[in-house]
Ligand binder design. Sequence first.
Ligand SMILES: Cc1cc2nc3c(=O)[nH]c(=O)nc-3n(C[C@H](O)[C@H](O)[C@H](O)COP(=O)(O)OP(=O)(O)OC[C@H]3O[C@@H](n4cnc5c(N)ncnc54)[C@H](O)[C@@H]3O)c2cc1C
Length: 367
Amino acid sequence: MKLIVVGGGVVGAACAYSASGLGAQVVLVDAQLPGQATAAGAGIVCPWADYLDDPAWHAYACVAARRYPDLAAELSDIGGDVSYRQVGALMIARDDDDARRVAQLMRDNLAVAPEIGEVRILSGEESQELFPPLGPVASAVYVSGAGRVDGRRLRDALMAAARSRGTGVRSGQARLACKSGRVVGVEIDAELVEADAVVAAAGAWTAAFVAPAGVRVRVQPHRGQIAHLRLDSADTRQWPVILPRRSGHYVLAFDDSRVVAGATREPDAGFDPRVTAAGVDEVLTQALAVAPGLADATHVETRVGLRPVGPDPRPLLGPVAGVDGLVVATGLGPTGLTLGPLTGDIAARTALGADQPIDLTPFDPLR
Ligand SMILES: Cc1cc2nc3c(=O)[nH]c(=O)nc-3n(C[C@H](O)[C@H](O)[C@H](O)COP(=O)(O)OP(=O)(O)OC[C@H]3O[C@@H](n4cnc5c(N)ncnc54)[C@H](O)[C@@H]3O)c2cc1C
């Protein structure tokens, strides 16, 4: 079976890795478009308080988070550390009642999602011990199972592991080629590369990629800007992810004294991959409001990515009705680094007709 994967973000890289492991002859094509979401993603893996009103999303996210430690270990064995660590998260409560409510919610979830780990209410001082730049807070809920991963390192590790399994990688803009209601491959620079199946993992650009098949996938870009700071000589390795419940912003740390402050959510910026004055102002203002101890940190860079957002939070994932051989895998929005490895694996299994870990009905890509 010859498979072409279009898109070299986390979803495409994970798909190529799984498909080549399942015995397919895989070619991955990436256009290196500015604004790849994976290259900008913060990398928080903590889905348990999100979209609680969408059971299909929630069940899917729990499976995705549960698989992370094993995947990170597997990739690290092949090519070195991918930066995934279960550093825990501090959900900064609005007040003590809020902390009790959130802690109870997490504990209620433990039966279906034991990977949440330990759930504890911490005082403001205990919270500051774990994350020293934090300002005064009433209390916080600590969740030990939360993790973080650098999207670029994860993507590169998946790509390297896929190559080691035989995946060929091509650079260029792919155009879907169809004939009589079925996919025949893609054109790259006017050259037809034939395949039995094509996985469209082109992130926010997926709608344009599948358009030649006469189908509409409702995915759009939501721009996100995210600032990277350095706190010289701080040992940030075990600092937890900071999730203030008052805002959708957050702060997290990586091993190299790096602290990341995110992120804007800009649904009206289209495919414009620029860092803007207002974007930088927003993320720094929000970060300093919760962690004033970051005021003297060095501003290293601001990254920008286009999240692929669908009509609802659920992935757009599965075979495309009426177009044989076409599989769509996108729409992961703000949680795509969490959901990406599972999504790529499911897309590979769909294309190859292998067993699936879940029922894909709620994820129909043409909904
Ligand atoms: C600021 C920010 C913070 C985030 N934080 C988190 C977080 O904390 N936790 C979390 O889980 N998720 C987070 N996300 C979300 C996550 O990063 C994305 O959902 C995920 O990376 C999407 O991956 P993808 O592979 O679908 O798309 P992308 O990474 O965008 O990759 C798509 C690729 O397709 C290629 N492409 C497009 N069209 C073509 C074509 N015709 N031919 C060839 N190649 C093509 C592009 O060049 C691109 O490389 C964040 C995102 C942003 C922007």
